[in-house]
Design a protein around this ligand. Structure first.
Ligand SMILES: C[S@@+](CC[C@H](N)C(=O)[O-])C[C@H]1O[C@@H](n2cnc3c(N)ncnc32)[C@H](O)[C@@H]1O
Length: 208
């Protein structure tokens, strides 16, 4: 499947639903970042930007990237309308072929799953290298399928956070795993339904 297929799929997914007026931040982002001093953050696969807007509202300078131009344009529009246009750079990137420039205090990848060609381990390795010393890489993956997910593959396998860390393969002399667990939470879907879901949370700090 080509990169054009991925582009068409993700743009179609966003274009098929109305733009979120007030996209919400992810729970694991809020629990990880609350209390950290603001710095520069990179949001990989930002979607319509609930995380980016929340971070910018707390003083972070955000680079937010997604393969979907529809999602990126929606985020840029919301950022401008909330007076956060200077703080959020929303860019279209296919992370399979390009990675944003810059050095960051935090790189966040929430639910960066795709059925299309995407070398996630390589993307997350690049993310680790884009951290400043002391910076954090937060990878939050699905550990179960929500009833409203676009991906209802009954054979889906959810690699554990430790498996994800091993796949990324960052040198333990310079990157330390600070968190690798599978907490549960009550999630709310786009139509207001709720369900219990599992997250796979991996937090890696660059120490050198
Ligand atoms: C499941 S959504 C998660 C969106 C957002 N992070 C959130 O938590 O709501 C996955 C996102 O990854 C993006 N994505 C998928 N493949 C990508 C790629 N190759 N490059 C950049 N973004 C990609 C999709 O467009 C989509 O917005």
């Amino acid at each position: 499947m080509s990169s054009t297929d991925a582009d068409t799929f993700w743009n179609g997914l966003y274009a098929a639903r109305p733009a979120a007026a007030d996209p919400r931040p992810n729970a694991r982002l809020v629990e990880t970042v609350t209390g950290l001093p603001p710095g520069r953050v990179l949001d990989l696969g930002c979607g319509e930007g609930g995380d980016a807007l929340w971070l910018a509202g707390r003083g972070w300078r955000v680079t937010a990237v997604d393969i979907s131009a529809v999602a990126v344009d929606r985020l840029a529009g919301l950022a401008r309308s909330r007076g956060l246009g200077e703080q959020i750079t929303a860019e279209r990137h296919d992370l399979h072929t390009s990675f944003p420039a810059g050095r960051f205090d935090l790189v966040s990848a929430h639910y960066l799953h795709s059925s299309f060609e995407l070398d996630r381990a390589a993307v997350l390795r690049a993310a680790g290298h884009a951290l400043r010393p002391g910076g954090l890489l937060l990878v939050v993956d699905h550990g179960s399928t929500a009833p409203w997910s676009w991906d209802q593959d009954p054979d889906a396998r959810f690699p554990s956070p430790r498996e994800v860390a091993a796949g990324i393969g960052l040198d333990p002399a310079a990157w330390t795993v600070e968190r690798a667990d599978a907490p549960r939470r009550t999630a709310t879907g786009p139509d207001g339904r709720t369900a219990e879901v599992t997250d796979h949370v991996l937090l890696i700090r660059r120490t050198a």
